[in-house]
Every structure is written in structure tokens, then in C-alpha cells.
Design a protein around this ligand. Structure first.
Ligand code: HEC
Length: 161
């Protein structure tokens, strides 16, 4: 009996104890990663009132919430096109949303169209299956805020879409 124990302990850190610790640590890490993934994929709590119309600040806040959820990976937190996967995209990069030149136009309906339908032959997808029209409007409004521009009236009440 004692001999058996000694033999096991003799195996040292790479023996069964070390192995168990390694497995336990790995399990905890995997669980943590899964939990983080679930949280990241969960739709952020919205504010239905924000989309009702009229209030630019509430609309922009809603747009930011959605942007931080689904758009930052490419466009980056400040919209400069420096998101974590921006460099690995095939085709043109996400560009800089904060500069004066918006490739696809800066009229509210143009911005809304890009977000809704995407840009063919680029990694910019259309988001109309992910978001309802009010949410798309909130995202468009947030593009103007990112660029330091005034949010167009058209976006506030849905007239732009
Ligand atoms: C997988 C990466 C990716 C994600 C995620 C993504 N975009 Fe894009 N986006 C791009 C790329 C690439 C372009 C540039 C397309 C081009 O060069 O014409 C672009 C272009 C745009 C433009 C046009 C910019 C201009 O200069 O006219 C807008 C606006 C935009 N994205 C908004 C969004 C919003 C809002 C979301 C989230 C709902 C989003 N994007 C998510 C990759 C992405």
C-alpha cells in the first residue's frame, strides 16, 4: 500500500496529480472561452423607446450598442477600420468611417443602403436579415456620430429609410 503511494508520488509533477491539474485548468479555460463566446453573441439589451423616433441621442446610443456588437470586429471601436479581423479580410479593407469621404456616399439613404444591402464583392455584408429597419436606422445614425457629423433629421423619424 505504502509502496504504491510512494510509486505514484515518485512520478512527480508530470504524474497523475500533474495530469489532473492540467486537465482541470484546461477545462476551466474552455468553459471560460465558451461563456465569453456566448456573452459576445448575445444581443445587447436594447431600449425600445430609443427607436420610437425623435430623440437623436437615444437613437445614436442604440446604434452604438448594435455597432459595438456586430461591426467593431472589422470597423474598430472608433470606426477607423482597425478592428481585430480587419487585416485578414479578403478584398478591400473596411476603410475609415471617421474621415470626410464615404466611398458610398454620405446622404442618409446611401449610408442606410450600404448597411442594409452591403457592398458586393467585399466583406461588407448586408445586415437586413440581422436587424429590423429601426435598428438599421440607428446604426446609420451612429455612423454620423462616429464621423463627428450631425445626425441627419431624416434618420430620426425613419423618413430616410
Ligand atoms: C466582416 C467585416 C465587416 C463587418 C462585420 C462590417 N463591415 Fe462595414 N465594411 C466592411 C468593408 C470591407 C467595407 C468597405 C467596402 C468597400 O470598400 O466598398 C465596409 C464598408 C462600410 C460602410 C461604407 C463606408 C463608406 O466609406 O462608404 C459602412 C457605412 C459600413 N461598412 C457600416 C457597417 C456597419 C454599420 C456594420 C455592422 C452592422 C458593418 N459595417 C459591419 C467590412 C465590414
Amino acid at each position: 500500500m505504502d509502496d504504491d503511494l510512494d510509486a505514484m508520488e515518485g512520478a512527480g509533477p508530470s504524474g497523475s496529480n500533474g495530469m489532473f491539474t492540467t486537465i482541470a485548468v484546461a477545462a476551466v479555460l474552455i468553459l471560460a472561452a465558451l461563456t465569453a463566446g456566448l456573452v459576445a453573441n448575445r444581443r445587447p439589451a436594447g431600449d425600445p423607446g430609443a427607436l420610437a423616433g425623435g430623440d437623436a441621442e437615444a437613437l445614436v446610443a442604440e446604434g452604438k450598442r448594435l455597432y459595438d456588437w456586430r461591426c467593431v470586429s472589422c470597423h474598430g471601436p472608433s470606426g477607423r477600420g482597425d478592428g481585430p479581423i480587419a487585416r485578414s479580410l479578403q478584398g478591400p479593407g473596411p476603410g475609415d468611417l471617421t474621415d470626410d469621404e464615404w466611398t458610398h456616399g454620405d446622404a442618409p439613404d446611401q449610408v442606410l443602403a450600404v448597411i442594409t444591402k452591403g457592398v458586393p464583392d467585399t466583406q461588407m455584408a448586408g445586415w437586413d436579415t440581422a436587424f429590423n429597419p429601426d435598428e438599421l436606422r440607428a446604426l446609420a445614425a451612429y455612423m454620423y456620430r462616429l464621423a463627428g457629423r450631425e445626425v441627419p433629421e431624416d434618420l430620426l423619424d425613419g423618413a430616410g429609410g
